[in-house]
Design a protein around this ligand. Structure first.
Ligand code: 5AD
Ligand code: SF4
Length: 477
C-alpha cells in the first residue's frame, strides 16, 4: 500500500481554539457491511498512558469484536496491531516508535498484517510527519476524536488498498452506545467528561483531547446502574478534571450532584479520577463525607509546592488553597488516603521552589504519588519558557522526592497493620498462585492466601504486615 487516503491532518493551532460550538451527541450504529470484515482475523491493542486511553482501548476492542475480530496477545499471531498512544511525556512517544520499528519485520511472514497508530500522539503534527517520513510500515492512523470511525477505515483499507490517515483537530463530540469489551468483569471505567479546558502550561492534553465535554447525567447513571445489575462491583469515573463535570451542560448539575446520585445506586464502590484542586468544592467533600459507596481515597495532583511555580503552570490555586482543601477532606473523611502527582524541574524551578514542594509533601502526608521530571511538549506555553536547570539536578530532585514519597507510602500502609480491610479480589498474584491480590477501600494493594473461587468478591482481610508497595494479610470472616 503506497497511497494515503488522508482527509484531515492534525493542527495544534486548530486544537487550541475553543469555538464553543454545541457538543453533538452521536448515537453509534454499526453498519451491516462491516459485520464480517474481521471474520477469522486477530487483533492486538497495545495501550500506553492514562486511564482515558485504557477506556478508549476497551471501546476499540468492542468495535473490532463487533466486526468479527478476535483478540490475541502475541504480535506474530495478529492481523491487526494497534498502538493506542500517549503524548504526555517524550519517553512515552519514543517507546512507541521503538516498538513499531521492531514489529515491522512481521510483515514479511504475514503480508496482510495491518499496523495502526491511534490515541494522543497522532493529534500532534510532528507525529504524522515522523510516520510518513520514517515508518512506511504504518497503514492506519487515527486520533482521539474519531475512534468510532474505525470500522469505516478498515473497510476502506480493504476496498481501496490504500492507507488511511485521519485525525480531527476541531472540538470533539460525544459518541454514545459504542460497543465495549471491558478488561475486568467486576471493575469498570465510566467516562464522565472528555477533553480538558485547563491549559496547564506544561500539558499537551487540551490539544490532543479537545474541549471539555460532559456526558449527560442520565447516560452516566444508567451506565452505572446497568454495570451494577450485571455484577460489577466498582466503577471509576473518568475525566481530566472530574470536578468541573457539568459546567458545559448549563443545567445546574454538578459533580457533587452526580456523586450524590451514584451514592443511591447499587454499585458497591465508586472511585473517580482525576480531581483538580481548583474545582474540588466543599459540596463534593460533603458528599464524600457521607461515605456510603464513595471510596476513602482521593488522587489530587498538586504538581508543585511553590506558589511561583504553580502560577507559571497556570494551576490557578496556591499552596495555601491546597492545604485548606486537605484539611477539609480530612475533617470530612478522617481516614482518607491522599495521593498526588508532582512535576520536578519545571522551567525556572529553583532549588528554593523545589524545597517548598518537599515541605508540602511532609505537611500533607501523601500516601503515594506519581512523580515526573518535566518534559517539554511542543506547542504548549511552557515549551517557550527558559529552562536552565541541568538534567542531573532534575534527576537528583526526583530521586530525593521519591525517597520522601516512599516514606509516606510506607507510613500510610503501616496504619492498617492489625486492622481488617475490605478487599475486592482481582486475581491470583503474578508471583505466587497460592496468593490472591486486590485493592482495599483506601486503594491499597493487598496480598493474602486464598482460593481462586474468591476472585471477583469482596472479602475481609486482617493486615499482618505493611510494606512500601503493598499490604500482606490473612483472610477473616
Ligand atoms: N512533563 C512532565 N509531567 C507531565 N504531566 C503532564 N504533562 C507533563 C509534562 N509535560 C504529569 C502531571 C499530570 C500527570 C498526568 O502527568 O503531573 O498530573
Ligand atoms: Fe493537563 Fe492540566 Fe488538563 Fe490535567 S488539568 S489534563 S494537567 S491541562
Amino acid at each position: 500500500m503506497k497511497k494515503y487516503s488522508s482527509y484531515f491532518e492534525p493542527s495544534l493551532k486548530d486544537a487550541r481554539k475553543r469555538l464553543h460550538k454545541d457538543t453533538a451527541i452521536i448515537n453509534f450504529h454499526m453498519e451491516p457491511r462491516y459485520f464480517d470484515l474481521g471474520k477469522n482475523k486477530k487483533y492486538l491493542i497495545k495501550t500506553y498512558g492514562c486511564q482515558a486511553n485504557i477506556a478508549d482501548s476497551e471501546r476499540i476492542a468492542g468495535l473490532l469484536e463487533a466486526m468479527g475480530y478476535s483478540e490475541v496477545f502475541e504480535d506474530d499471531k495478529s492481523d491487526l496491531i494497534l498502538f493506542n498512544t500517549c503524548a504526555i511525556r517524550e519517553n512515552a512517544e519514543d517507546r512507541v516508535f521503538g516498538e513499531v520499528g521492531r514489529i515491522k519485520s512481521l510483515k514479511k511472514t504475514n503480508p496482510n498484517l495491518l499496523i495502526g497508530i491511534c490515541g494522543c500522539m497522532p493529534q500532534e503534527e510532528k507525529t504524522i510527519k515522523t510516520i510518513k517520513e520514517k515508518h512506511p510500515e504504518v497503514d492506519l492512523v487515527f486520533g482521539t476524536h474519531n475512534i468510532f470511525r474505525l470500522p469505516e477505515y478498515l473497510y476502506e483499507i480493504k476496498e481501496k488498498s490504500e492507507k488511511v490517515f485521519e485525525v480531527f483537530s476541531y472540538e470533539g463530540d460525544i459518541v454514545e452506545d459504542m460497543p465495549v469489551k471491558r478488561d475486568h468483569n467486576k471493575k469498570a471505567w465510566v467516562n464522565i467528561t472528555f477533553g480538558c479546558d485547563e491549559f496547564c502550561t506544561y500539558c499537551i492534553v487540551p490539544y490532543t483531547r479537545g474541549k471539555e465535554r460532559s456526558r449527560s447525567p442520565e447516560h452516566i447513571i444508567n451506565e452505572v446502574k446497568e454495570l451494577a445489575s450485571n455484577g460489577y462491583k466498582e466503577v471509576t469515573l473518568l475525566g481530566q478534571n472530574v470536578n468541573s463535570y457539568g459546567k458545559d451542560l448549563n443545567i445546574g448539575y454538578t459533580f457533587a450532584n452526580l456523586l450524590s446520585d451514584l451514592q443511591k445506586t447499587d454499585i458497591e464502590r465508586v472511585r473517580f479520577t482525576t480531581s483538580h484542586p481548583k474545582d474540588l468544592d466543599l459540596a463534593t467533600i460533603e458528599v464524600m463525607g457521607r461515605r456510603g459507596n464513595i471510596m476513602p481515597h482521593l488522587h489530587l495532583p498538586v504538581q508543585s509546592g511553590s506558589n511561583t511555580v504553580l502560577k507559571k503552570m497556570n494551576r490557578k490555586y496556591t499552596k495555601e488553597d491546597y492545604i485548606n482543601l486537605i484539611t477539609a477532606l480530612k475533617n470530612a473523611v478522617p481516614d482518607i488516603a491522599i495521593t498526588t502527582d508532582i512535576i520536578v524541574g519545571f522551567p525556572t524551578e529553583t532549588e528554593e521552589d523545589y524545597l517548598k514542594t518537599l515541605e508540602l509533601v511532609k505537611e500533607v502526608g501523601f500516601e503515594g504519588a506519581y512523580t515526573f521530571i518535566y518534559s517539554k511538549r511542543e506547542g504548549t506555553p511552557a515549551a517557550k519558557y527558559e529552562d536552565d536547570t541541568p538534567a542531573d539536578v532534575k534527576k537528583t530532585r526526583l530521586l530525593n522526592l521519591n525517597k520522601l514519597i516512599n516514606e509516606g507510602f510506607l507510613k500510610g500502609n503501616k496504619r492498617f497493620e492489625g486492622k481488617i480491610v475490605k478487599v475486592l479480589v482481582d486475581g491470583e498474584s503474578a508471583k505466587n498462585d497460592e496468593m490472591l491480590t486486590g485493592y482495599s477501600e483506601h486503594n491499597k494493594l493487598v496480598n493474602f492466601k486464598g482460593d481462586s473461587s474468591l476472585i471477583g468478591s469482596i472479602v475481609n482481610v486482617k493486615i499482618d504486615k505493611a510494606y512500601t508497595w503493598h499490604l500482606r494479610g490473612t483472610i477473616v470472616k
